[in-house]
Every structure is written in structure tokens, then in C-alpha cells.
Design a protein around this ligand. Structure first.
Ligand code: DGL
Length: 257
């Protein structure tokens, strides 16, 4: 492993590509190996034990690729497994994904913040601790994006039924007066257009974690002295535990925007 080694990016499926894109845009010299599990997706309703096992397998696979850092581009796997991963692989820098609840709570004007995430993420320590910290000032309206992960996995974002599914989850938050909606699952930014359509002309900010994660990756690259040289030609690979066809779809989705 050295500076020209790739950065590993892992998610249950397509969602982490929203983070992959932020890294691709900001760090053109860095090679990236994306692992979208695919076989065990969605993670949202799995038991913590199962998710921890999937995350272990993914990390082993990425380490076999010689990665220099691993971005767990999945809020659910981060909530359940990142602590254990950091303990088991102390030499590898890990970056996790957490719903951006804090910045939303610090900037809300209405005192009401919506959080969209999977069931496991909402049960996670990080979310519960952060929500409790602001509970005296901010009402957090949390909801699971029912069916959202499946929509993204099936590339069904533009199908007519999708907007109604998004509306069913987002409208009740808007009715309660939220002025921030935090996307606490990396699949959800792929539904940004539909969420915006439901929000309409209301003054509501949709908060995504992609850029904050990218900044954290840069910080760690510098801290560990792992930045690729300026003239390094980046390479991009897409791996999965599902089929070859799934890997090809991952690659198409990464570049197709
Ligand atoms: N993309 C993932 C997340 O950020 C997990 C979605 C799932 O597999 O349920 O939580």
C-alpha cells in the first residue's frame, strides 16, 4: 500500500455512488475501487450482526485490492459496524457516513428538522446521541424512506409511482414545518429531484453528506501522507458480491449524470 494505491468506497449497493461522485469530482488524481455489495442489499432491515458480517467481508475484499483508505459510504453500515472495523484494522484509515443532523439543528429557523434514513441508522448510537443533544431546542422528525433503496437499486427513479412514494414520506415532515431535510442514507440523493418536487417552493434545505465526507477524506489523506502524486493517472474499478451485470450497472450509474 502506498500513495498511488486506490481509495476503497463501500456501500450495500448503488447508494455509495453519491459519495463516489463527490470523491471523483474533487480528487481527480485518486484511484477509486467501489464495492457495492448488491447481494445482501438492502441492509436497512437486517440485524446488526448480519450487517457487521457483510461489512467485514467487504473490507476484506477491498484490502485484497490494496486500498489505502476505506470510505464506508453507507450510513447503516457505519452506524452498526465502523467501531468494530476500526478496532480490527487499526492501520487502515476509515471514513464513515453519519446523517448531518448537527449542522441542520444548528441552522434551522423553524426549530424542526426532518431526517430520512434507514431503520438501523435511526436506531444507531450516533443518531440517538445527536438527536438527544438538541432535543431541548429542536424537534427532530425522523422517518424511514420506505422503498427508496429498492427504487434506486432498480433504477426506477423516473417511474411515475416513485414521486408518490417520496411524497408519502416527505409530505408529513413538511406539514410539521421542517425547514431542513437531512438525507441520512446514501441512496437518497439519487431521489433529490423527486424530493425537490415534493418540497416545491417551500423554503426547505435538503442536506446531503457527500461534500463533508469528501473534505474528511482529504483531511485524512494529508494526515496519513497518503495523497496521490499530482501526475498520478487515476483508475476506477467497480466490484460487487452480486453479478457481473450488477457491476456494469454500478459503473454506468457512477458516470451517467
Ligand atoms: N445506502 C445505505 C445507507 O446509507 C444503506 C441502504 C440499505 O441498504 O438499506 O444507509
Amino acid at each position: 500500500m502506498n500513495c498511488s494505491s486506490p481509495i476503497g468506497v463501500y456501500d450495500s449497493g448503488f447508494g455509495g455512488l453519491s459519495v463516489w461522485r463527490a470523491l471523483y469530482d474533487a480528487l481527480p488524481g485518486e484511484s477509486l475501487v467501489y464495492l457495492g455489495d448488491g447481494k445482501n442489499c438492502p441492509y436497512g432491515d437486517r440485524t446488526p450482526e448480519e450487517i457487521a458480517r457483510f461489512a467485514d467481508e467487504a473490507v476484506e475484499r477491498l484490502l485484497a485490492e490494496g486500498v489505502k483508505m476505506i470510505v464506508v459510504a453507507c450510513n447503516t453500515a457505519t452506524a452498526v459496524a465502523i467501531k468494530g472495523l476500526r478496532e480490527r484494522y487499526p492501520a487502515i484509515p476509515f471514513v464513515g457516513l453519519e446523517p448531518a443532523v448537527k449542522p441542520a439543528c444548528l441552522t434551522t429557523q423553524t426549530g424542526k428538522v426532518g431526517v430520512l434514513a434507514t431503520a438501523r441508522s435511526l436506531e444507531g448510537d450516533h443518531f440517538r446521541t445527536t438527536a438527544a443533544k438538541y432535543a431541548d431546542r429542536v424537534e427532530i422528525i425522523a422517518a424511514v424512506g420506505e422503498g427508496f433503496v429498492e427504487i434506486v437499486e432498480n433504477s426506477a427513479e423516473k417511474e411515475p409511482a416513485t414521486l408518490e412514494k417520496v411524497r408519502a414520506v416527505v409530505e408529513p415532515m413538511l406539514a410539521k414545518g421542517v425547514d431542513k431535510i437531512v438525507l441520512g442514507c446514501t441512496h437518497y440523493p439519487f431521489l433529490m429531484e423527486q424530493i425537490r418536487e415534493v418540497v416545491g417552493d417551500r423554503d426547505v434545505e435538503i442536506v446531503d453528506s457527500g461534500e463533508a465526507v469528501e473534505r474528511r477524506v482529504e483531511q485524512l489523506l494529508d494526515e496519513y501522507g497518503l495523497r496521490a502524486d499530482a501526475d498520478h493517472r487515476a483508475e476506477y474499478r467497480f466490484l460487487t458480491f452480486a453479478s457481473q451485470e450488477y457491476a456494469e450497472r454500478l459503473e454506468r450509474k457512477a458516470f451517467d449524470r
